[in-house]
Design a protein around this ligand. Structure first.
Ligand SMILES: Cc1cc2nc3c(=O)[nH]c(=O)nc-3n(C[C@H](O)[C@H](O)[C@H](O)COP(=O)(O)O)c2cc1C
Length: 165
């Protein structure tokens, strides 16, 4: 695992997130809980390199993200697509997903991450805010995505380390 700078990553990160999905992981006591995400952003804000992710209130991950100051976002190799599918359909409330998937937890950074990750962003939480129905300019987007009014909470994290295999 080597550390790299955001400017040296020669890849289409938005497409990577949409097509390959990623594991959003926050500490859960002594362990951690990975959750699959495909919506989010990797870019710059407040003159800092940032990751933005969106978590619905019913996710177990939401409580962990609220409690923790750091989180990780990781891209796994394509052959581990089954892991992404499990972490995107089962809840950490019911099982230790990392253990179930045979993932190796690494604890040498500020946020837990997995040895299997090809590319991992370690992030320090800078900003968090619940989305609200009042802020939708186009009501069709709200109607389509939030029939249950379960608005995402947005988390912006400063990228403090990028680990590449
Ligand atoms: C491809 C894919 C992308 C997902 N993206 C998100 C997301 O961006 N935000 C979110 O709240 N849930 C998203 N989910 C749903 C969660 O991953 C899923 O509900 C998961 O089981 C929650 O785990 P947890 O309860 O352990 O937090 C996605 C699921 C899949 C399969």
């Amino acid at each position: 695992m080597k550390k790299v700078a955001l400017k040296d990553l020669n890849m289409n990160l938005p497409q990577l997130l949409e097509q390959r999905w990623a594991l959003l992981t926050a500490a859960d006591g002594e362990g951690c809980n990975p959750m699959t995400v495909s919506w989010g952003g990797i870019g710059r804000l407040w003159n800092l390199p940032v990751v933005t992710v969106y978590v619905r209130p019913q996710r177990y991950t939401k409580g962990l993200m609220d409690a923790e100051q750091y989180f990780s976002l990781a891209f796994l190799p394509e052959e581990l697509h089954d892991v992404m599918a499990l972490c995107g359909s089962k809840s950490g409330r019911d099982m230790d997903k990392g253990k179930e998937c045979g993932l190796t937890v690494m604890t040498d950074e500020k946020a837990p991450y997995f040895a299997q990750g090809e590319l991992t962003f370690i992030c320090r939480k800078l900003y968090e805010q619940d989305m609200t129905g009042q802020c939708f300019v186009d009501p069709a987007v709200e109607e389509k995505n939030y029939p249950g009014k379960d608005y995402h909470r947005m988390y912006v994290g400063e990228i403090v380390a990028i680990l590449e295999k």
